[in-house]
Ligand binder design. Structure first.
Ligand code: PRX
Length: 646
């Protein structure tokens, strides 16, 4: 928390796409007359058949529905490519920067991207993919990842991109859940000088998920990998002789565009389903307004394409707006800590959009890594994925941005499709650490645990009371879970699961998840998933997982494990458990701490008291609260005594 305020500079006030007055006026109109507002905003998209109805939504259980522009038709791939060819066919669509700066960079113009996409779309069709089929994409950060997504959108196939850091087991489960029988992958990925065996991971996943009939593999590193006869083909072979034109499929606005798996507080990850028309309008609009995007900007979102940020702000939003995108294969600290800033200077990046965890990792290495670069091209900075601590914010603002660039601290979720709360450059004074003000059409409320709506300056759970075009439309294959997960906590509203404070100026400050979701380096991790992995070990009888504060990652994974009778927890078991979690989920889920516990604190009815476990993980044992309802209060002292010194 900080009380600092950075007013809009004169330069920004004069030149911004939207100033304070325009924001207020537009926001008012988006709430008072959503039909007129969205009818107008939707004109940014080329519709094949124009819609007549704008919004048909209700969050009430009796007539629950979410439909936007629902009698309109469009193709989002055509909106991202075809319509740009006349005016900017030769403009770079992607500047691709390899992991190792010694390797060759690539530039794809809009015409290149269009042709590659059409060829690959034709290849998908030739391999039997039809409208509505699910296509699993497991690729590194290479232009072909965008090509594969846009090719699916072109023919009406539904992509399911799996982050290349997920394990074979996690990949296999996701392929199975969406019943996809084709996988697009590469021989290997590269990150920070290391290789990731993507094709080998796919092979392992498919050993247990045998119905996949086709694997298309991009040769990226050129590694020698086994190919399974009749199932696997080279990308190059698949697109060979395919025409560089492919008629875009006419899609209904509410036809599915993609599935993206994300973790919740219970059960296995859920396939968040987004549809076409509303998502197109939402991502294009937010990309433009949040970043004050202008034609000619060089825009760089440093997220991975395997997360929602990559979907909405590397692919669909920027390409719909005809932006020049930087796409980076690597990591901020390889070969050294100036890599990000060198890329900014090399491509004259005007907008940089990254995560607080990357900033914290770079900040602690010292400012000398900034000194050989100017970053003078930067105009706007963006932050996403987790709350940004004021210290990292100040460093980003003063050091990276030379005190010249507004920071869009964008709060949103996989479920929301795009930005929901953010300051707009030139419209809002900035408060370090505050996501600030709602996007157009976003109606927020803060509620207490009983569901009472709180007014003025307050703190509680953040809910959204009306639909917006980019909202998810369902959980793939589980209609009931959608309503129960998001709309049942506070009747008639969407509950975000985030805590939030509103200050006296009406600024929103996200305080973090209120459920059992941990945010590790901006990645969502369900405690239940990690617990399920831990109890697979034959020597584990029970496990409970909570978040602990982590200087760089924001939060780390803290595991309490009880062993079966006769087995002592030791370092060997600890290593095996870490390996097991990495195997089941992936390296992003690596536990920070495993504490062996004689027992877990439970109520008399057998419920684990996570509140106490969180406090011990945070090393804040002075305020454990009421422990009198515990079946065995002594457990708490044992846990405190056994806490490793971390
Ligand atoms: O807790 C919030 C946090 O990330 C969660 C959503 O995670 P995910 O669906 O993976 O999407 C990440 C990219 C949008 C939220 O519930 N979060 C995201 N952005 C912010 C944030 N917390 C605070 N400030 C943010 N700017």
């Amino acid at each position: 928390m900080t009380n600092k305020v950075y007013p809009v500079s004169d330069k920004w006030a004069e030149n911004a796409l939207l100033d304070a007055g325009t924001y207020e006026e537009k926001y008012r109109r988006s709430i008072d007359d959503p039909d007129a507002f969205w009818r107008e905003e939707a004109q940014r998209i080329d519709w094949i058949k124009p819609f007549t109805e704008v919004k048909d939504t209700s969050f009430d259980q009796a007539d629950f529905r979410i439909n936007w522009f629902s009698d309109g038709t469009l193709n989002l791939s055509a909106n991202c490519l075809d319509r740009h060819l006349a005016a900017r066919g030769d403009q770079p669509a992607i500047y691709w920067e390899p992991d190792n700066p010694a390797d060759e960079a690539r530039t794809l113009t809009y015409r290149d991207l269009y042709e590659e996409t059409c060829r690959f779309a034709n290849a998908l069709k030739a391999n039997g993919v039809k409208k509505g089929d699910r296509v699993t994409i497991y690729l590194p950060m290479v232009p072909e990842a965008a090509v594969a997504m846009l090719a699916c959108a072109r023919i009406g196939a539904v992509h399911s991109v799996i982050f290349a850091g997920f394990s074979p087991e996690a990949l296999g489960n996701r392929i199975e859940d969406c019943d996809s029988d084709i996988v697009i992958t590469a021989d290997e990925g590269k990150r920070g000088g290391k290789t990731i065996p993507l094709k080998a991971n796919v092979d392992e996943a498919l050993d247990h998920h045998a119905h996949v009939s086709r694997v298309i593999m991009l040769r990226h590193t050129g590694a020698d990998v086994p190919m399974k006869q009749g199932r696997d083909i080279d990308w190059a072979e698949a697109v060979n002789n395919q025409p560089a034109e492919c008629e875009p499929e006419e899609m209904n606005a509410e036809d599915p565009l993609f599935i993206l798996y994300t973790s919740g507080s219970t059960g296995k990850p859920k396939g968040v389903l987004h549809t076409t028309g509303g998502y197109a309008v939402w991502t294009s609009m937010t990309h433009q307004y949040s970043f004050d995007y202008r034609a000619g900007d060089v825009y760089w979102c440093a997220a991975d394409i395997g997360w929602i940020t990559g979907h909405s702000y590397i692919v669909y939003g920027p390409f719909a707006n005809g932006a020049t995108n930087v796409m980076f294969e690597g990591v901020p600290n390889y070969p050294d800590f100036s890599r990000f800033w060198q890329i900014v200077d090399k491509y004259k990046v005007s907008t940089l959009y990254t995560a607080p965890t990357a900033l914290r990792a770079l900040m602690r290495e010292g400012d000398q890594w900034l000194e050989s670069t100017s970053r003078a091209s930067l105009r706007v900075l963006g932050s996403v994925g987790e709350p940004i601590n004021p210290e990292a914010w100040e460093w980003y603002y003063h050091k990276v941005g030379n005190g010249q660039c507004p920071i869009a601290d964008t709060w949103w979720q996989t479920e929301t499709g795009g930005h929901m709360i953010t300051p707009l450059p030139g419209a809002h004074a900035l408060k370090p650490g505050s996501a600030s003000k709602p996007m157009f059409g976003v109606k927020l409320q803060i509620r207490d645990a009983e569901g009472t709506v709180l007014e003025g300056a307050c703190e509680g759970g953040l809910v959204i009371t009306d639909s917006w075009p980019g909202q998810m439309r369902g959980i793939y294959g589980d209609a009931d879970r959608f309503f129960d997960t998001y709309f049942s906590a506070f009747k008639g509203t969407y509950f975000t699961s985030d805590g939030c404070r509103r200050d006296e100026d009406g600024y929103y400050w996200i305080t973090g998840r209120m459920d059992d979701v941990i945010n590790v380096s901006g990645h969502r991790m369900g405690t239940a998933e990690v617990e399920s992995a831990l109890v697979l070990h034959e020597h584990v009888s029970e496990a409970a997982v909570v978040a602990m504060p982590h200087e760089v990652k924001g939060q780390g994974i803290y595991c309490y494990v009880t062993t079966i009778a006769g087995v002592e927890g030791d370092d060997t078991l600890r290593k095996e458990l870490i390996k097991l979690v990495r195997h089941e989920i992936g390296p992003i889920a690596s536990p920070e701490v495993i504490q062996f516990a004689p027992a877990l604190p439970k109520t008399r009815s057998g419920k684990i008291m996570r509140r106490i476990l969180r406090k011990i993980a945070e090393n804040d044992t002075s305020s454990l609260g009421d422990t009198s309802t515990l079946a065995d209060p002594e457990v708490v002292d044992q846990l405190i005594a056994g806490r490793p010194d971390v």
